[in-house]
Design a protein around this ligand. Structure first.
Ligand code: RIB
Length: 314
């Protein structure tokens, strides 16, 4: 039986508005195209894993409200099992307020984590019995850190590859990475974790050093429209970006990390896995909304057939 990827993470209702530009503090900008979309880094990654063709299960927490119903229904309609999604009676479902800038696809996001912070280490007991079906466990930093640390510890104990998407930024918690084989931050998240300068590619590569020193085998930095960077104990490589029309970058990092996890579970070597992840992230940028933009296997394969962005050793 093909083993899948266990995802332990967040579910949010994303309230999305498109605007011609981001407002200045105190300014009111006329937007358009409001939509309520299923999101949350954990759920986005579980949906992406499923669309990329690997089995997945999501441990998460929503509130006992209409938003929780909406998110669970969306998961099921995407084919992702919601039986490990807990319901909090005390706290409402997490919400993300998202503004997408027309023309660039850049976004700003404010998250109220709500019930995502009601997930507790004891909820990890629900995973007992699920480990043998999975080859890897995928985490983000949108749920309490004690859940992330204990979850990764248990996943490792059960022989799973542990992968951390280091978003959203968490300052001064470099210790968390010790529990992971692979860590994938974006630039801002890498700077938050390490306190290092990430101004240019060489400094990004240098900033991966503290993670490698703490036992991480591969650091894969998501660089947005500059592509990606892979750092291992053998050196660092720059991956140029795919050329796509950017509609909305929301969730592109989630598609990237899910693609990376799938490729590693399928046995690809890190450089090949980063290329696949880079294509998955680029495919997601072309569609508005987080979960709606998670790419299928054929979306990613088509981009890989059409384009061959350069790879250089730094
Ligand atoms: O990574 C994108 C996600 O971040 C959005 O779906 C939003 O919910 C926030 O958590």
């Amino acid at each position: 039986m093909e083993r899948g990827i266990l995802v332990i993470g967040s579910l949010n209702t994303d309230m999305v508005v498109v605007a011609p530009r981001f407002p200045e503090p105190g300014e009111n900008v006329h937007g358009s195209d409001f939509s309520m979309v299923a999101g949350g880094k954990g759920a986005n990654q579980a949906v992406a894993v499923h669309r990329l063709g690997l089995p997945t299960a999501l441990l998460s927490c929503v509130g006992s409200d209409v938003f929780g119903d909406f998110l669970c229904e969306r998961l099921r309609s995407c084919g992702v099992d919601d039986s490990l999604v807990k319901r909090s009676r005390e706290v409402g479902t997490g919400v993300a307020l998202i503004v997408v800038e027309e023309g660039t696809g850049n976004n700003t996001i404010v998250v109220d984590p709500g019930s995502n912070y009601a997930l507790a280490p004891s909820d990890l007991d629900a995973l007992d019995g699920h480990y043998p079906e999975h080859a890897a466990a995928l985490f983000q930093l949108e749920v309490p850190l004690d859940v992330v640390v204990e979850g990764a510890r248990r996943a490792r104990e059960n022989g799973l590859l542990t992968i951390l998407d280091a978003g959203p930024p968490r300052h001064d918690r470099l210790d968390v990475v010790e529990h992971f084989d692979v860590v994938s931050p974006n630039r801002a998240e890498l700077a938050a974790l390490t306190g290092e300068d990430v101004g240019d590619r060489r400094s990004v590569a240098r900033a991966c050093g503290p993670l490698l020193q703490r036992g991480v085998e591969a650091v894969v930095v998501k660089m947005g429209d500059e592509g990606a960077l892979l750092a291992t104990s053998e050196g660092a490589w720059q991956f140029d970006p795919f050329d796509v029309e950017a509609v909305d970058s929301t969730g592109a990092g989630d598609a990237f990390t899910a693609g990376l996890a799938c490729a590693l579970v399928e046995g690809r070597e890190p450089p090949e896995a980063v290329l696949f992840a880079n294509a998955a992230g680029a495919a997601a940028v072309r569609v508005l909304g987080a979960q709606p933009s998670m790419p299928s296997r054929s979306d990613v394969d088509s981009l890989l057939d059409e384009q061959s962005p350069g790879v250089r050793r730094l």
